[in-house]
Design a protein around this ligand. Structure first.
Ligand code: SAM
Ligand code: SF4
Length: 332
């Protein structure tokens, strides 16, 4: 059985982007009200008094867009100060990163994943939902954020690419080439129909193996390792400084390797990304005065039944279900 010691924490459900595969413009998303979010004090209490005691030692801050959360630098500094914290990382769209990179790094964040679906401003805008009147591309700010993170010293620095057929799949080789001269880790993610089944009609995703074959044909491809690779299968172009990861939830279920749980910004603990069973509402429990020891027992119980939930997911043989929450709401 996998040790489950990794918690993905959504700091906020809102975002400054409207990615077509996550929270498309016009989608009927209900945002949380401020009072529904876990406060900093509640979140830190849950980490310190509930998650760490039951064995969680690695934390990833995500969202929505985590850099929109006021006080994010202080939150990181506090989580890093807990002696049991072995690892803290963040997934961001990078738009607000350039001016914050140094402070985040000094607060103790050393690993960062930045989403970058395209190297072309117009394609980037189309994916991130900046159409119509919003002509100015946000690509430049994101690229500056990536360079700032690189110069500050983030290592590993990972770039997440969701590959969408007919939209950015022609850029796969250009994105892979970023790993040749720099110690960057580009990870190709198969699009998942989470919260946006409509985009999935026909075949909305591209097999990782198809992408690997394109790269193999161009440069060759060998197996590799990178720290904190999680569900990714990792390779590299021979002689390259960085690596290429493939997250293939659609074509190759990796449920049996799952080592994580997710905490939403409103305090729901979710044992499986693709499956809504078993969730617990930690915020309501906390606010109604349930003791940390009792919450530890509830989380422990969820850890015990997690393999069964993963197993059911695997046995269902499909990831094409109906999902009520988008990645931005779950904390992807
Ligand atoms: N806003 C941040 C960002 O975009 O990096 C963090 C949150 S976002 C939900 C985390 C990751 O989930 C991003 O790399 C994004 O590309 C990915 N993602 C979102 N929706 C997805 C989907 N339907 N299928 C696959 N990946 C998705
Ligand atoms: Fe925002 Fe990230 Fe979702 Fe894009 S993928 S809409 S940046 S939360």
């Amino acid at each position: 059985m996998n040790k489950v010691d990794y918690l993905r924490v959504s700091l906020i459900d809102r975002c400054n982007f409207r990615c077509v595969y996550c929270m498309p413009e016009g989608a009927d998303l209900e945002y949380l009200l401020q009072q529904e979010l876990l406060t900093d004090a509640e979140l830190l209490k849950l980490i310190r008094e509930v998650f760490i005691p039951v064995g969680f030692t690695r934390f990833r801050l995500t969202g929505g867009e985590p850099l929109l959360r006021p006080g994010v630098v202080d939150l990181i500094r506090e989580i890093v100060s807990y002696p049991q914290t072995e690892d803290i990382s963040m997934t961001t769209n990078g738009f607000l990163l350039a001016p914050l990179a140094q402070d985040l790094y000094h607060a103790g964040l050393k690993r960062i994943n930045i989403s970058l679906d395209s190297l072309d401003g117009d394609t980037f805008n189309a994916i991130a939902g900046f159409t119509g009147q919003t002509k100015k591309s946000r690509w430049g700010e994101v690229w500056s954020g990536i360079l700032a993170a690189y110069h500050v010293g983030f290592d590993p620095l990972k770039l997440n690419v969701v590959v969408i057929p007919g939209v950015n799949d022609h850029e796969v080789l250009d994105l892979a080439a970023l790993t040749i001269d720099k110690n960057w880790h580009v990870r190709f993610i198969e699009f998942m129909p989470i919260g946006n089944g409509e985009l999935f009609h026909g075949k909305g995703w591209i097999d990782s193996e198809f992408i690997r074959q394109q790269i193999r044909d161009r440069w060759g491809l060998i197996s590799a390792e990178v720290r904190g690779n999680g569900p990714a299968d990792v390779f590299k172009i021979p002689g390259a400084k960085g690596t290429l990861g493939f997250i293939s939830q659609m074509s190759e279920c990796f449920c049996d390797r799952c080592n994580r749980m997710r905490l939403s910004a409103d305090g729901w603990l979710r044992p499986c990304l693709l499956n809504e069973s078993g969730q617990i509402d930690l915020k309501t429990a906390l606010r109604s005065g349930v003791k940390s020891e009792e919450l530890q027992l509830q989380v422990q119980e969820l850890l015990t039944i997690k393999p069964e939930i993963n197993y059911k997911q695997r046995e269902s043989g499909t990831n094409h279900g109906i999902y009520h929450r988008t990645m931005s709401q779950i904390g992807g």
